[in-house]
Design a protein. Structure first.
Length: 273
């Protein structure tokens, strides 16, 4: 047995995630793909929604991809139960272990090299990710009305708002960029529209590539967090700055800090010289 109105319910769920929950386009795309795959790979028996056929078609995919697709199915099921009058129990929804990988921070010297040849716009982009710790999606959505000399208001995952302090050099660069580029609504615009995430990613990676360095925007955010931790900032404060909903998301940076401290020790100890 299958849901006769599956496609409509799927569209309503995705609209709910976009309009009410504020999910990003990338997440919505992942969820749409997952639920489209699910549409012909499940069975219903009484209130049991069996997704074992769906699990079979995911075999061979990366653990992280499988985990995201299962999250889409769980969320869809909760939506059906909470808002559409169903009472499904998922069958075949067993957890998958995702290997933890440490983010790779960028050496400050590499960032300095890139900044030495960066345009005003490129400097502003780098400073917001490396100097404020923003996600690339948050950079793309910054509105002029949310920028002051000392503070920046951003809307992160789930459309959650946070107020962030601006370093003097960051504030000055943003002011110069605004004066030069004259954007109308968003901080970064191209042909009257906000720059897309892909355009920002391309501009950032291209700049570093011109210096022979392979860097992603997310690495700049990781470097921001790692630098703060290495300089004894509190983990709880870093978590708030990054917009993490749980401390567990920030905890991974403690491993990076421990690695850095070991490297400093090995470089400084007389027996290691």
């Amino acid at each position: 047995m299958h849901l006769p109105n599956y496609d409509r319910l799927m569209r309503e769920y995705l609209a709910y995630l976009q309009d009410i929950r504020g999910y990003s386009l990338a997440t919505l795309t992942t969820y749409r793909i997952a639920l489209t795959q699910l549409s012909s790979n499940y069975t219903i028996d009484d209130n049991r929604l069996d997704i074992k056929p769906f699990r079979l078609i995911l075999v061979g995919q990366a653990a992280k991809t499988i985990s995201k697709k299962l999250s889409a199915v769980r969320g869809f099921t909760k939506f059906l139960n909470a808002q559409k009058g169903y009472s499904f129990d998922l069958v075949g929804d067993y957890a998958i272990k995702i290997p933890k990988t440490l983010p790779k921070p960028i050496a400050t010297s590499y960032i300095d090299e890139a900044l030495s040849i960066a345009s005003l716009q490129e400097k502003a982009l780098i400073f917001l990710m490396y100097g404020v710790g923003l996600r690339i999606s948050e950079v793309a959505s910054i509105e002029l009305k949310n920028i002051s000399k000392e503070w920046l208001i951003v809307h992160g995952k789930g459309n959650k708002e946070r107020q962030l302090p601006l370093l003097e050099i960051v504030s000055k660069t943003l002011e110069e960029h605004i004066t030069f580029a004259k954007p109308k609504t968003y901080l970064f615009e191209k042909k009257g529209k906000t720059m897309s995430i892909n355009q920002i990613r391309h501009a950032t990676t291209k700049l570093f590539k011109s210096k022979g360095i392979k860097v992603t925007p997310h690495q700049l955010r990781h470097t921001f967090a790692t630098e703060l931790l290495n300089n004894d900032a509190r983990l709880s404060d870093i978590s708030k700055l990054l917009g993490h909903t749980t401390m567990a998301s920030t905890q991974i940076y403690t491993q990076l800090a421990s690695t850095k401290k070991l490297q400093d020790y090995l470089a400084a100890h007389p027996l290691c010289r």
